[in-house]
Design a protein around this ligand. Structure first.
Ligand code: HEM
Length: 422
C-alpha cells in the first residue's frame, strides 16, 4: 500500500502555501488524505505523520531508526552544524551528557541571578515609555538576556554587531534558498557562523575560576583535558544554544503577555501568585502553578518547534506502511495541539486546562520527547516565570491595539507587531 501523496508543483512543491499558513494547509490535507500522507517542502519529499502514537514512536526511536541530524540538516544545516540536535545516537549521547551538566539546579540558579537586573531594566524602560511594540520589545529583552548568559563582558559597541550576527544566523535557518549563493540569507548566516565560532573559541580561553557563572562559563568548564569538549565543539554548541533559547522563549512570552492583556482574570490570578513566589528559588518557582499553566498553554497554542523532522536510517514500517531508508519524516506538535479529537476548544487560549499539575494529554509534545527532549525546558519555564511575574507586578492595566496574528512556521512570529499601552 502506497502512502497517499498530495499533488504539488515541481521543485517548490507545497512550500508556498505551507509557509503562508502551515496549520490550515496541513489540516486541510489531513482532512482529505488522513493522518499519514506525503508532501513536498524545500525540494524534499516528506511523510507527514499526525497521530500522537506515531509521534511518540518517532521521538522515542527505540531502534535508532530516525536521524535528527540528517532530518534537521535540511533546515538548520550548515549554519548550525554539530549543534546538539544535529548529532545522533552515541555521539549525541556523549555530547548531551556533557551539556546536561550546565543545566544543574545550582547552575540555573546562577543564570537566574545574572538575568535579574536585565529584566528589571526592561520593566523600567517599558514603564517609562508606556507604549511599546510587544514582539520587538520581548525580542530585545531576550537578546539582552542571551548577551549576559552566552557572551563574555560585551562592550556597548560590540553588542549591536553580535545582535546582527545572531539575527543573520537565525534568518539563514529559516530562508527558503538552501544554497549559499552570494547575497542570500544562507551565505550571510555562514559568515555569521564563522565570526561566532572565532568569537567563542577565543573567549573560551579567557574563562577562569573568577569568571561569572554564565552558561558559556559552565560549558567551558566541561572542557577538562581529554575528557571534555574542545573549544571548537563548545563554540558549535554555543551557536546552536543561542538559536534554541532565543526565539522559543521570545514567542512564548509574546503570546502570553498578549493573552494577559486580553484577560483581566488571568492578570489578577497571576499577580496574586507573583506576590507569593521567590523568583530566585527554584522550589518556589516550581510552585508557581498558574504561571506554569500560562506557559504550558502558550506552548500548546504556538509550539515554538511546530514541526520536527527526522530522516529514516533504514527500511522500516510506520503506521502500517513500509518506509524506505533515506526518506524524510515530519511530525507536528502544532497540528496535534490543535486537533479537536484530543482537545476541547483547541482554538481558545485557556491556561486553566493545565491548572491541575497532574493533567496530561497524549497529544501534547511542546518539548518533543526521547533522546532529543529539550535540554533547556526547565530553565525556559523558570526564565519565563521571572519575566512574567516582574511584568504583572509592575504593569497596571495593559491594553493592546489589535489582534496578534501569528504565523506559526518556521518558528512562530507575528505577521505584524502589536502595541501594548500600560
Ligand atoms: C519555550 C521554550 C522552548 C521550547 C518550547 C523548546 C522546544 C524544543 C524542542 C521541541 C526540541 C526538540 C526538537 C526535536 O527533537 O526535533 C528542543 C531541543 C533543544 N532545546 Fe529547546 N525549547 C525551548 C527553550 C530552550 C532553551 C531556553 C534552551 C537552552 C537554554 C533550549 C535548548 C535546546 C537544545 C540544546 C535542544 C537540543 C536537544 C538535543 O538534541 O538533545 N531550548 N527544544
Amino acid at each position: 500500500m502506497e502512502i497517499p501523496k498530495v499533488p504539488g508543483l515541481p521543485i517548490i512543491g507545497h512550500s508556498i502555501p505551507f509557509q503562508r499558513n502551515a496549520l490550515n494547509f496541513t489540516a486541510e490535507k489531513q482532512k482529505k488524505y488522513g493522518d499519514i500522507f506525503q508532501m513536498s517542502l524545500l525540494n524534499e519529499n516528506f511523510i507527514v505523520l499526525l497521530t500522537p502514537e506515531i509521534t511518540k514512536e518517532v521521538f522515542l526511536d527505540k531502534d535508532d531508526n530516525f536521524s535528527s541530524k540528517e532530518g534537521w540538516a535540511v533546515i538548520l544545516g550548515p549554519t548550525f552544524e554539530n549543534g546538539l540536535m544535529l548529532r545522533d545516537f552515541d555521539d549525541h549521547k556523549y555530547h548531551r551528557t556533557l551539556l546536561q551538566d550546565s543545566f544543574r539546579h545550582d547552575a540555573i540558579h546562577n543564570y537566574l541571578s545574572i538575568i535579574q537586573p536585565i529584566i528589571d531594566t526592561w520593566v523600567e524602560s517599558i514603564k517609562t515609555i508606556t507604549t511599546f511594540n510587544l514582539y520587538e520589545s520581548i525580542k530585545q529583552l531576550m537578546f539582552d538576556i542571551s548577551l549576559s548568559l552566552f557572551f563574555l563582558d560585551v562592550k556597548n559597541d560590540e553588542s549591536q554587531k553580535l545582535n546582527n550576527l545572531f539575527m543573520d544566523s537565525i534568518a539563514s535557518a529559516t530562508s527558503a534558498v538552501r544554497w549559499p549563493l552570494p547575497f542570500t540569507q544562507l551565505k550571510k548566516g555562514l559568515k555569521a557562523r564563522e565570526y561566532l565560532l572565532d568569537y567563542f573559541e577565543s573567549k573560551s580561553q579567557m574563562i577562569d575560576e573568577e569568571s561569572k557563572k554564565t552558561l558559556f562559563a559552565e560549558l567551558v568548564n566541561t572542557n577538562k583535558g581529554d575528557a571534555g569538549l574542545s573549544n571548537h565543539e563548545i563554540a558549535e554548541h554555543m551557536i546552536f544554544l543561542l538559536l534554541a533559547a532565543h526565539d522559543t522563549t521570545t514567542i512564548t512570552l509574546t503570546n502570553s503577555i498578549y493573552n494577559l492583556s486580553k484577560n483581566p482574570d488571568f492578570l489578577n490570578d497571576l499577580r496574586q501568585e507573583a506576590s507569593e513566589v521567590d523568583p530566585l528559588d527554584i522550589s518556589s518557582l516550581k510552585n508557581g502553578n498558574f504561571a506554569e499553566s500560562i506557559f504550558q498553554e502558550a506552548i500548546r497554542y504556538y509550539p515554538p518547534v511546530p514541526f520536527s523532522v527526522r530522516r529514516v536510517m533504514r527500511d522500516t514500517k510506520i503506521g502500517g506502511y513500509n518506509v524506505d531508508g533515506g526518506t524524510y519524516l515530519t511530525i507536528s506538535p502544532l497540528l496535534l495541539h490543535h486537533d479537536e479529537r484530543y482537545w476541547d476548544n483547541p482554538s481558545v487560549f485557556d491556561p486553566y486546562r493545565f491548572i491541575d499539575p497532574t493533567y496530561t494529554n497524549k497529544a501534547y509534545f511542546p518539548f518533543a520527547g526521547g533522546a532529543h527532549t529539550c535540554i533547556g525546558k526547565f530553565f525556559a519555564s523558570y526564565m519565563f516565570k521571572n519575566v512574567i511575574y516582574k511584568y504583572v507586578q509592575n504593569v497596571e492595566q495593559p491594553s493592546i491595539d489589535k489582534s496578534l496574528n501569528i504565523r506559526p512556521t518556521p518558528i512562530p512570529h507575528p505577521i505584524e507587531d502589536v502595541k501594548v499601552t500600560i
